[in-house]
Design a protein around this ligand. Structure first.
Ligand SMILES: CC(C)(COP(=O)(O)OP(=O)(O)OC[C@H]1O[C@@H](n2cnc3c(N)ncnc32)[C@H](O)[C@@H]1OP(=O)(O)O)[C@@H](O)C(=O)NCCC(=O)NCCS
Length: 415
């Protein structure tokens, strides 16, 4: 079966996480992703956070599935020629090196366009044009500069970064959208274009509800925040603990076993339309007739007491029991699932969201498969490539070099 992106060839100049996330998704959609890595070294993540000596790390293997690896140094004479040829025959080039790094290799956008006017050239940088445009950026820097850290954490605590990689993987996913739009546009116009995504911008996009709240703040307190009604609001959106970001109050409450299990908690949302069922389930039928509790407005100033009462009930049950009871009542809730629980969850294996892959050096490992499911283009997750595993194959079949030329490039340290 052909895949959605069969026939699209990607020149993958990405490293670490943001860029590789993007090209991995493109590979799962069926694109031929040719990952260029520095000869002898490769993507630095191959060696980072290693759990098995001398074996590609899970950091690398979980971000580079379904790709081909070619070692190539475009800063050598032969490498420069090979790289130019790759630009000529690829559809999309993706990179996330430091600002200016690809230009310094001799390939500014103007040159790339000259070589291949159909080329779509996509980049991730830490910041867009402005005072920080030349800065190098990693995940947590983006979370801090994109509005996530200032709005995450305990009400009176430090700014907090989240475990979800919204700066790296979040930007990579945004970049996928830009590349696909540019590919469609090219269908109509025959022309490639530049696609840029700054990590600060992607994080801010994911934090747009907090910019909403910043503007609401000018018109009064944010009544759904834990600071209301007794705490103080400053002139910027504060941290809100585990309060729900939407219009219906929610909080994390303890469940049976919480004393020994750090994940024995559940998130419960007191959605207005399901509140009567929730009140009855926790033994508070009395709330439904009492004007002190019966309306969302009456409950708003005492949400802490609402959730304390809910918690008295959840603490008598384990989180899955709470889930089983509340879901049929249409009360939105979600148990806090640990990575251990997620890794063992059969339904995630069945949908291909968690996949076991065989690697020649590491053996079996788990990875997260494509979360975007296409009915006619299922993603078959294949292991990540070894460093330079496909160098000769690509140089022969894609670049068109013969054995002598390959040997000469090797001699020069170009591959
Ligand atoms: C992630 C980041 C901070 C890492 O910085 P770094 O480890 O110092 O790496 P750089 O990107 O500066 O690249 C280092 C060098 O490797 C070189 N290089 C990359 N691939 C090469 C190859 N195949 N052959 C030879 N040299 C290569 C680059 O040309 C660059 O050299 P130069 O600075 O002399 O021009 C930086 O790349 C960055 O800010 N990227 C953009 C934002 C981003 O994506 N961040 C998230 C990463 S998950």
């Amino acid at each position: 079966m052909s895949k959605a992106l069969t026939g699209v060839r990607i020149l993958d100049m990405t490293h670490v996480q943001s860029g590789p996330t993007c090209t991995q998704i493109l590979a799962w959609f069926g694109a031929d992703v040719i990952k260029i890595e520095r000869p002898g070294a490769g993507d630095a993540t191959r060696g980072q956070l290693r759990d098995i000596p001398d074996v590609d790390s899970l950091y690398f293997t979980m971000l580079n599935a379904n790709k081909r690896s070619v070692t190539l140094n475009p800063k050598t004479e032969a490498g420069n020629r090979i790289f130019a040829k790759l630009i000529e025959v690829c559809d999309v080039m993706v990179e996330n090196f430091a600002p200016g790094a690809i230009d310094r290799m001799g390939f500014p956008w103007e040159k790339i366009q000259e070589i291949n006017p159909r080329m779509i050239y996509a980049s991730v940088k830490g910041f867009g044009a402005g005072p920080f445009q030349d800065c190098k950026v990693y995940e947590n820097v983006a979370q801090c500069t994109g509005g996530s850290a200032s709005t995450t954490g305990e009400v009176d605590g430090f700014p907090m970064v989240t475990g979800a990689q919204i700066g790296d993987s979040g930007t990579g996913i945004h970049l996928v959208a830009g590349i696909l739009a540019a590919l469609l546009h090219r269908e109509r116009t025959g022309k490639g274009q530049r696609v840029e995504c700054a990590m600060q911008d992607a994080v801010l996009n994911l934090c747009r509800v907090k910019l909403r709240d910043q503007q609401r703040l000018a018109h009064g307190p944010l009544t759904e925040y834990p600071q209301y009604p007794n705490g103080k609001f400053g002139d910027a959106v504060p941290r809100a603990g585990n309060a729900s970001g939407g219009g219906h109050p929610g909080w994390i409450v303890r469940c049976k076993g919480w004393e020994n299990d750090p994940d024995a908690y559940i998130y419960v949302i007191t959605q207005t339309q399901a509140f009567p069922q929730l009140a009855k389930a926790i033994g508070h039928d009395d709330w439904l007739e009492d004007p002190e509790w019966s309306t969302p407005e009456a409950r708003l100033p005492k949400l802490d007491r609402v959730f304390a009462e809910i918690e008295k009930w959840t603490m008598t049950k384990d989180k899955m029991e709470v889930m089983d009871i509340l879901n049929p009542l249409n009360v939105p809730c979600g148990p806090i699932l640990s990575m251990k629980e997620l890794a063992a969850e059969p339904s995630l294996r069945e949908t291909g969201t968690i996949v076991e892959v065989e690697h020649p050096e590491r053996g079996k490992y788990l990875t997260v498969g494509n979360p975007i499911k296409l009915s006619d283009s299922p993603a078959d997750v294949e292991r990540s490539p070894l460093l330079g595993e496909h160098t000769e194959e690509v140089l022969r079949s894609v670049v068109g070099l013969d054995e002598k030329e390959i040997a000469a490039a090797r001699e020069q340290g170009a591959i």
